[in-house]
Design a protein around this ligand. Structure first.
Ligand SMILES: Cc1cc2nc3c(=O)[nH]c(=O)nc-3n(C[C@H](O)[C@H](O)[C@H](O)COP(=O)(O)OP(=O)(O)OC[C@H]3O[C@@H](n4cnc5c(N)ncnc54)[C@H](O)[C@@H]3O)c2cc1C
Length: 416
C-alpha cells in the first residue's frame, strides 16, 4: 500500500468498525465517525449468529409465492408494507428480477465465502481478546414441527453443503437428545456443527478498541449531512462537527445509506428489513444451542444470563422505526410452541433494527462508479454480523489497491 492512506469511514456499525480495524492492521490512517454511539445502529441487538449455513440472499426462487401468502397474515415472518413510494416499487421490481437460479447460486457462493472467512476471523479475534464478546461455537440447530418445514431445512442443508458447509439431518429423538430444552413433538431438525454466535454490541466494541490501539480515531455523535464534490472527487464531508477531508471516504451507513447517497446523486437501493429482538429472563430449561424455529423463522440465541428471541422481516422505508405489537407478540407466541416458557415471559429488553436490504440480497462492497475516492460498504441484509470481517477484508484489498482474495464482481457498486 501507499504509506499512510488517509481514510474516513462514515458509520460505526459492525461493517464500518471491522473495515477500520482491517485497514489499520495494514497501516492505513483511519478515522471513523458516527452520528450516534458506536454499535448502536442495526449492529446493536441482532441475534449475533455467525452462521455460514444462513448465507442466503433474500430473493430466493419460490419466495414470491410465499410472500404473497404472508402478505395476508399480519403475524407472518415476512411482510412487505404496501406503499406508493416509487423507491419501494423500483426495489421490488429488482427483487423479483433477482429471483433466478443462476444469480442465486452466484450469490450464495459469494456470501458463504465471506461468511466462512468471518467465522474463522471471529475465532481468531476471540483467541486474541478472550471473554470479551461471548463467542461460542456450539453449532446451530434448525428445528421443525411440520414435514414441509423439515423438507425446507433439509433443502437448505443440501444447498450449503455444496459450498462446503457441513450439516446433518436429525430425527425427533436426535433433536431432543441434542437440545433437551425443546419441548413437544417435532418432525426433526438439521444441525450445523461449525456455526458460532456472539454478543453483537460487545463484538463491535472489542473490535473498535483494537482499532483504536492501532491508531484509529473514532468520533461518535458526529453526523454527516452533506458533501462537497469537484468532478469525480468528493473534496469535503460536512459533519455536525465541521468539515472533514480524506484521501478516501468509506460509506458504511447501513440502512441510512440511500439518504446520504442521494446527496451525491447516487443510487444505493437499500430498504429497511425491520426485525425485532426480545431479551427474556433465562428459562428453566434454557437452550444451549442457538435455534432456528423453522416455521416461525425465529432465531433463539442463548446468552449467559438471559435468552434472545429475534425475528420477523418487514420491508419498510429506511426511516420507519415504529413498533408493531402484533409482530412482537408473534415472536413470543411462536417461541412458546418450541420452548418451555412462562405464560407471560418477562421481557427485559425489546429492540428493533432495520437490516439494510439490497434487492438482489448481496451487499455493495466496492468503489462508486461516479466518485473515484468513494468506497461503499452497505446493504449487508441479514448477514452483516456474520460477514463483516470477510466484507472488511474485501474492502481492505480494494481500497488499498491489492489483489482481492474474494471475487469482487457480485459486490460491485455499478450494478445499481
Ligand atoms: C432482528 C435482527 C436480527 C439479526 N440477526 C443477525 C444475525 O444473527 N447475524 C447477522 O450476521 N446479522 C444479523 N442481523 C443483521 C445485522 O444486524 C446487520 O446486517 C448489520 O448490523 C449491519 O451493519 P452495518 O454496520 O451495515 O449497519 P449499522 O449497524 O446500522 O451501522 C450503520 C451506522 O451508521 C451510522 N450513520 C448513519 N447515518 C449516518 C450519518 N449521516 N453520519 C454518521 N453516521 C451515520 C449509524 O449511526 C450506525 O451506527 C440482524 C438484524 C436484525 C434487525
Amino acid at each position: 500500500m501507499t504509506q499512510k492512506d488517509d481514510i474516513l469511514i462514515i458509520g460505526g456499525g459492525i461493517i464500518g468498525i471491522t473495515c477500520a480495524y482491517e485497514l489499520s492492521q495494514r497501516g492505513a490512517r483511519v478515522t471513523v465517525i458516527d452520528k450516534g454511539e458506536i454499535g448502536f445502529g442495526c449492529s446493536y441487538g441482532n441475534a449475533g449468529w455467525v452462521t455460514p449455513c444462513f448465507a442466503m440472499p433474500l430473493p430466493m426462487p419460490g419466495m414470491l409465492l410465499k410472500s404473497i401468502g404472508w402478505l395476508m397474515d399480519p403475524e407472518s415472518p415476512l411482510y412487505i408494507q404496501p406503499s406508493l413510494n416509487p423507491d419501494l416499487f423500483k426495489w421490488l421490481l429488482r427483487f423479483l428480477r433477482s429471483m433466478n437460479k443462476s444469480l442465486m447460486e452466484q450469490s450464495i457462493h459469494s456470501l458463504v465465502e465471506i461468511s466462512k472467512y468471518s467465522l474463522e476471523a471471529y475465532s481468531q479475534l476471540n483467541d486474541k481478546f478472550p471473554n470479551q464478546f461471548n463467542y461460542e461455537k456450539n453449532g446451530l440447530l434448525m428445528v421443525s414441527q411440520t414435514e414441509a418445514g423439515l423438507a425446507a431445512a433439509e433443502n437448505e442443508r443440501r444447498l450449503v453443503e455444496t459450498h462446503g458447509v457441513p450439516g446433518s439431518l436429525l430425527n425427533e429423538d436426535e433433536v431432543h437428545k441434542l437440545e433437551p430444552a425443546i419441548v413437544g413433538s417435532v418432525k426433526g431438525g438439521v444441525y450445523f456443527p461449525k456455526e458460532a454466535h456472539l454478543e453483537p454490541l460487545s463484538a463491535t466494541r472489542t473490535i473498535a478498541e483494537a482499532a483504536i490501539k492501532n491508531g484509529v480515531q473514532i468520533l461518535s455523535n458526529t453526523e454527516v449531512y452533506d458533501f462537497v464534490t469537484d468532478g469525480n472527487k468528493i473534496v469535503e464531508v460536512h459533519t455536525t462537527r465541521g468539515p472533514m477531508r480524506a484521501d478516501k471516504i468509506v460509506l458504511a451507513t447501513g440502512s441510512w445509506s440511500p439518504g446520504l447517497a442521494k446527496k451525491l446523486k447516487l443510487n444505493i437501493p437499500v430498504l429497511g428489513g425491520k426485525g425485532y429482538s426480545l431479551i427474556v429472563k433465562p428459562l428453566k430449561k434454557q437452550p444451549k444451542i442457538p435455534l432456528m424455529l423453522v416455521e416461525r423463522k425465529i432465531a433463539v440465541t442463548p446468552r449467559s444470563n438471559s435468552l434472545r428471541l429475534a425475528g420477523t422481516l418487514e420491508l419498510v422505508s429506511p426511516t420507519d422505526y415504529s413498533i408493531t405489537s402484533n409482530r412482537v407478540n408473534a415472536i413470543l407466541r411462536g417461541s412458546k410452541l418450541f420452548l418451555d416458557m412462562p405464560e407471560n415471559p418477562e421481557v427485559l429488553e425489546l429492540w428493533r433494527g432495520l437490516r439494510p436490504c439490497t434487492p438482489d440480497g448481496v451487499p455493495v462492497v466496492g468503489f462508486s462508479p461516479r466518485f473515484k475516492n468513494l468506497f461503499i460498504s452497505a446493504g449487508h441484509q441479514m448477514l452483516g454480523m456474520q460477514s463483516a470481517p470477510g466484507s472488511a477484508k474485501l474492502a481492505g484489498d480494494l481500497i488499498l489497491n491489492e489483489k482481492p482474495i474474494f471475487d469482487p464482481y457480485p459486490f460491485r457498486a455499478e450494478r445499481f
